[in-house]
Design a binder for this molecule. Structure first.
Ligand code: NDP
Ligand code: 1BO
Length: 318
């Protein structure tokens, strides 16, 4: 089998290649999902974020699991993310400490800058189309004038202070990475970006990996619960994926997760459903052939489900 169970970050740390996503996991379900994933489904990697508004509930699950006899804190790789409204130098540590307190943790394995966009402190979450946010007279999301450098340097301080083991970014394009690499004293360990067969980002993955920046594939199942995905082609139901799944006697979701792994990316499918949580890690006992990988490569249709233009009229990726 060519896919590994872990990747090695540029810090030397090992990161489990499959993790559990938690975006849109309702607070009253998120904790149970994480507990189930860690105790029943053998996950050793959980992907969180302050903006998902469920870190307190996930923190209860961590407390329960880590106070038992089976798993210790150091057995699990935990990521969280700095939200756009805490990019100022003096806000970064406060935000990280709040996440640590909510998650009941002493440290994070990885802390990501969620987007390269800074917004006013009072701005809330765009989970339902962005209605809570503030827009200018052109309908564009109101932003703060904070250079990414200021935020990154404050994140580097978190590593020095021992609050986080590694830092990285999410949703960064190649020019943003090229820029950050000119001044970073701690280069990003990770770029977490949208990747699935309908949006493959092959060139960005190649670029990141050439710079020793690992890549995590988010929305690997095509984010079916995301309001933006409604009415668009569903990668989980794709005919080619379906045929390959039948050949291997696996589910379509298994094929999508395995495909991400075989491309050398970390992959973080989200689910709050116990059977699916388990199903999404049933990916270590088969291998996609070269010709199957080529068939999946032809499915790319540049279909992005997460786009700040949709919720903020910001042509971030154009
Ligand atoms: P995914 O592509 O992981 O899809 C999640 C959806 O698929 C949920 O509705 C889930 O339903 C359903 N699902 C899960 N497993 C299966 C299965 N085996 N069969 C059928 N349906 C299934 O979408 P996300 O957008 O949530 O991405 C995954 C994670 O990536 C996020 O949760 C988050 O942690 C991260 N992320 C990061 C972003 C960033 O900006 N850095 C942006 C977007 C995501 P149910 O839960 O009801 O089972
Ligand atoms: C804007 C949504 C972020 C999900 O990670």
């Amino acid at each position: 089998m060519s896919a590994k169970t872990h990747i090695t970050l540029n810090t030397g740390a090992l990161m489990p290649i499959v993790g559990l996503g938690t975006w849109k996991s309702a607070p009253n379900k998120a904790g149970q999902a994480v507990e189930y994933a860690l105790t029943e489904a053998l996950y050793r990697h959980i992907d969180c974020a302050a903006i998902y508004q469920n870190e307190k509930e996930i923190g209860q699950a961590f407390k329960k699991v880590f106070s038992g006899n089976t798993l210790k804190r150091e057995d699990v790789f935990i990521t969280s993310k700095l939200w756009n409204s805490a990019h100022r130098k003096n806000e970064v540590r406060v935000a990280c400490e709040k996440t640590l307190s909510d998650l009941n943790l002493e440290y994070l394995d990885l802390y990501l800058m969620h987007w390269g966009i800074a917004t006013p402190s009072h701005w809330a979450i765009p989970t339902n189309g962005g209605q809570e946010a503030e827009y200018d007279e052109h309908g564009i999301l109101v932003m703060e004038k904070i250079p990414i450098r200021e935020t990154w340097e404050a994140m580097e301080e978190l590593v020095r202070a021992g609050l986080v083991k590694a830092i990285g970014v999410a949703n960064f394009t190649a020019p943003m990475l090229i820029d950050i690499l000119t001044y970073a004293t701690i280069p990003p360990a990770m770029n977490q970006i949208e990747i699935h067969p309908y949006f493959q980002q092959t060139r960005l993955i190649e670029f990141c990996q050439s710079k020793k920046i690992a890549v995590t594939a988010y929305s690997p199942l095509g984010s079916p619960g995301n309001f933006v995905a409604k009415g668009l082609p569903a990668v989980l139901e794709d005919e080619v994926i379906n045929k390959i799944a039948q050949v291997h006697q696996k589910t379509n979701a298994n094929i999508l997760v395995r495909w991400a792994m075989q491309r050398g990316t970390v992959v973080i499918p989200k689910s709050i459903t116990p059977e699916r949580i388990k199903e999404n890690t049933d990916v270590f006992d088969f291998e996609l052939s070269d010709s199957e990988m080529i068939d999946i490569a032809t499915l790319d249709r540049k279909l992005r489900f997460l786009d700040p233009y949709v919720w903020g009229k910001i042509p971030y990726f154009d």
